[in-house]
Write a protein of this length. Structure first.
Length: 99
């Protein structure tokens, strides 16, 4: 078990059942999936790999940032996205210059 994996106790199930989930011997119920989402601080979509970039939300940090950003006023959100776009363009230009 890795440090970030939820324990059976955290998702209110038995240790033997979590082992079966890991080995794909059984699928968790929707209730267990909801508890996993809460423990892992992620989305059901992430658990179901419903994203083109699976690694994008591998850790909850990026997801938490996006949730915080989404809760901001539109003006603040716009400013942050403008700065982020600038950094992204800067990195792209550096990568092109390095070729």
């Amino acid at each position: 078990m890795t440090q970030n994996e939820p324990t059976a106790k955290q998702i209110d199930t038995y240790h033997s059942i979590t082992g079966k989930y890991k080995r794909d011997e059984v699928k968790p119920t929707i209730d267990v999936a909801k508890r996993l989402v809460n423990v892992l601080e992620t989305t059901v979509g992430y658990l179901l790999v419903e994203t083109e970039k699976v690694d994008l939300f591998k850790g909850p940090v990026m997801l938490q940032r996006l949730v915080k950003l989404d809760k901001m006023e539109s003006t603040e959100k716009s400013h942050i996205l403008h700065v982020l776009d600038g950094f992204i363009k800067s990195v792209k230009l550096k990568n092109i210059a390095a070729l």
